[in-house]
Structure formats: C-alpha cells, structure tokens
Ligand binder design. Structure first.
Ligand code: ATP
Ligand code: MG
Length: 444
C-alpha cells in the first residue's frame, strides 16, 4: 500500500479525550473512529490488525477440533425466557422490538442460542463431544463504556461452547480450551495468565480468566510470580497431558479480586513471590454443567437407554479488545514508538524513501523494492509522499510496522538501510531482508 493512496487518517497530536495509550494510539493513527458512545467503526489499519488476530484465534480453535458456525447478532427473547436469563441479564442487554412487536435482543453472548441449535439436532451420546464456536459482534450496554475499544458496547468476540456427556468428559473439553488459549496468546506475543475467576452472569462453578499485565487494566490481580515462567510446551491434546498442564498452572496462587482471600494468599505465596498488580482480561472460560441444558431441555440418550442433560462450558476471547491490549503491552508511549508483533502487524515492512521534487532516484529505487517485496508475498507500506523525512519516520514509528527500509540521500549500491524497530540499523541487501522476513513469517 502507498501512503498517498491509503485511508490512514493520522492526527498530528494525541486526542485529548483518550485516557490510555491504546485508545490514544488507535485514534492517532486512524485505526478506529467512534460513531457513538462505545461504538466504533474499524478503519483499514485497525481492521487489518483485528482480522489477523481473528485468523490466529480461529486456527487455534480448529486445532482442538472445534467447528466454526455463525449465529446471528439478533436473537429472540424466547430462548432467554426459557433459560431464565431474560430478566436476570439486566440493563446490559439491548432489547429491541420488531414490527410485529416481538421482543428481540442484540446478543451479548450465545449460550441460549447455541443450546437451541444443539437440542434441535443432537439426540445421542454417540454424537458427543461437540465443540462449536463463532466469531461475531456482541452488544452489551456497558454502564461506563471507556478506553476506546477496550470496554465498548459493540465488540467482536470469539465464543465457543462445549457439549459433553459426563463431568469428566466436560473437563476434558474445558482443558482443551485452556491449552488453546495459552497457545493463541503466545502466538499473539502476549503473556496471558490463567486466573481463577468468578463466573458472573454466565453462571457455573469453574472458571479462569486469561489476563495480561497492564497498568491500565481494570482487573486487580493477586498472583505468584513464578506462574510467569510456565508455558504449554510439550502438552498433548490428550486427557492426562491436559490435566497435568492445568495442575502445573494451578499450583501457583493466581486470582482476580473477586476470588481474593488475603489469608490464603499470604499462606500460599512467600513474600518475595507475591505480585499484586493490574491486568486486562482478554479471555474467559467457564464450566457450568447443565445450567442451560436443563431449563432448555437439551438432553441426549445415554448408553443404557436413559437420558441426561448435556454438560456445557463456554469460552470467550475478546478479539477486538485484544487489539487494544496488545498496544497496551507493546507501545512505548514516551518515545511514541509502536512495534506490532509480525504475526498481526498491519503491514510487514515500511519503505521510507526521502523524496525530492527534482530527483526521482529514491522513489524509483523504492518502487523497485516495493514490487520485489510483493512478489515475495511480503506486504509493504510505502510512504511515497513529499513530507519531510523525519516526520515520515515518526509516522511509521507510530503506525508500528515492525521493519523499515530507509532510502536516504546516500547511495550504497545494493546495500539498504534496514531497521527492526527498537534494534540497531543494519546495511544489508534486499535478498537478505526478504529472507529475514520470510523466516519471521514462517514462525507465525
Ligand atoms: P469484563 O469483566 O471485562 O466485563 P466479562 O467477564 O463480562 O468481561 P465475558 O462475558 O467473559 O466478559 O466475555 C469474553 C471476553 O469478551 C472478555 O474476556 C473480554 O475480552 C471481552 N469483552 C467483554 N466485555 C467487553 C467489552 N465491553 N468491550 C470489549 N471486549 C469485551
Ligand atoms: Mg462484563
């Protein structure tokens, strides 16, 4: 993409209404535009990042055998009355009437709808387990939408649902998602810690929130520092191995404030390992047994001829919130430098030629490099404007494309000035740059 042809409406200064760095940056580089309180349009730069996050989330769902569906955003109130949540959900639910005065709603979550889909087709234990997910817009009429897309009213969420026959099998499903979440966040270059959490309006008794550390986070967390050294390396998609993984994490005290117990914290965690800080919730998993299947009559035939209600869990990831969460984790506000992980960067590399009205040399060279990169399936963003050189570099540092090729006055033959944001400048040939980028992209 050429900056001159792009729709990247950059602001000169930080917008005053934005209180946290992700919100500032997203408005500043034109990733989003507010359309009304807590409701945003996604502009090309922001949308590209969100789509890349979505792709990684989807791939990791598919890897544990979850199947993608797409449920509508608008739901009928009937099923919510069946589950008993129509009244309980309260004012966060946006209620709508259609022209026949039927009560509809904009889905804040999908337990009821997916249970209805399940019960209409699955009748036997032989078809279990089922793991279904979708990635769809949700609406919650948050009392205080704030921090841009971090806590907004309309947001993009991946929500998955598991259906099993026994508690034991259902926990196997739960643990599959536990693993899948660790892997997803790792691919997004984030350290997300699973923490025992309250179940809130979803209900049930087992739940983990996945939280990344950030000063601006809204969740207060109490944790044992040693949990940060763990990862899911070597875990197999198999019952025992998954149980071991969860035990490995659960050996360390790690909770959000709803579950916090001072005595327990102090008993379990030595002083030097205690960490009390704030974080952003990027995912949340729940096990709630027959909370929905029972009132909604979602049962299956068991081997002996009896029937039982299916055991369910639900698993959310805030796909749109992740865009902001990653900025919170990566943006260097003081120096105004962002570096997107290559896995989700809006473009792979920036080309920044110093353009002079009377001399097309740098622009010609930049154009050749551009085509060569595209041929190699590398996506460049080139600043072909006549703006001064230093503001071009400043702009690219804000946009956060992780690599840059600078084409200045100096002519070094085939050698190009190549920068990985935050690292030393190198002088190398284009072919070498291409192979560095290809290798980085392979790792995604
Ligand atoms: P929170 O405590 O932040 O309100 P929640 O527990 O209500 O979150 P869930 O119902 O578990 O959230 O939704 C799954 C995921 O959707 C959350 O982990 C979060 O990443 C995202 N999410 C929830 N509410 C919002 C919102 N208002 N704006 C953006 N993302 C959200
Ligand atoms: Mg909430």
């Amino acid at each position: 993409m050429y900056i001159s042809k792009s729709f990247i409406p950059i602001l000169k200064n930080n917008p005053s209404e934005a209180k946290i760095k992700s919100h500032q940056l997203m408005l500043r580089v034109g990733m989003i535009k507010q359309s009304s309180a807590g409701i945003y349009s996604w502009l090309p730069l922001g949308f590209k990042v969100m789509k890349k996050i979505e792709k990684i989330v989807r791939e990791e769902q598919d890897k544990i055998g979850a199947q993608e569906i797409l449920m509508p955003t608008i739901q009928s109130s009937e099923i919510w009355k069946e589950s008993g949540r129509y009244e309980d959900y309260g004012e966060e639910m946006l209620r709508i009437k259609d022209r026949q005065s039927r009560e509809m709603l904009y889905g804040p979550t999908n337990e009821e709808l997916v249970t209805d889909i399940f019960r209409s087709s699955i009748k036997s234990y032989k078809s279990l387990p089922q793991l279904l997910y979708h990635i769809q817009w949700k609406f919650r009429d948050e009392i205080r939408p704030r921090f841009g897309i971090m806590r907004c009213r309309e947001f993009f969420m991946k929500d998955a649902y598991s259906f099993d026959i026994t508690d034991d099998e259902a926990l196997f499903s739960y643990n599959k998602f536990f693993l899948s979440y660790l892997k997803t966040f790792k691919r997004l270059n984030l350290i997300a810690i699973p923490m025992a959490a309250d179940t809130g309006p979803i209900g049930g008794n087992l739940s983990h929130e996945f939280i990344i550390l950030a000063e601006t986070g809204e969740s207060k967390i109490f944790t044992d520092k040693r949990i940060f050294d763990l990862d899911s390396e070597g875990t197999e998609l198999e019952k025992k191995s998954l149980e071991t993984l969860r035990k490995k994490y659960e050996q360390f005290y790690s909770v959000t404030d709803e579950k916090f117990n001072k005595k327990e914290f102090e008993n379990k965690v030595s002083e030097k390992n205690r960490l009390i800080t704030k974080g952003i919730e990027v995912g949340h998993i729940f096990y709630f047994g027959d909370k929905y299947s029972k009132p909604m009559g979602a049962s299956v035939d068991l081997p002996g001829g009896k029937k039982d209600f299916v055991k369910m869990g639900s698993y959310g990831i805030g796909v749109s919130r992740l865009v902001g969460a990653i900025i919170e984790a990566k943006y260097d506000e003081k120096n105004e430098i962002m570096k997107w992980p290559i896995s989700i960067a809006p473009y792979d590399i920036a080309i920044i030629p110093m353009i002079n009205k009377n001399d097309n040399l740098a622009l010609d060279k930049a154009n050749k490099i551009y085509s060569e990169l595209v041929k190699n399936k590398i996506e460049p963003l080139m600043d072909d404007t006549e703006e001064n050189f230093s503001s071009k570099i400043k702009k690219m540092n804000l946009i956060g494309v992780p690599f840059q090729i600078i084409i200045g006055k100096q002519n070094d033959g085939d050698l190009l000035e190549f920068i990985e944001i935050g690292k030393e400048t190198k002088k190398i040939r284009l072919q070498e740059i291409i192979s560095i980028l290809k290798k980085q992209k392979e790792k995604i």
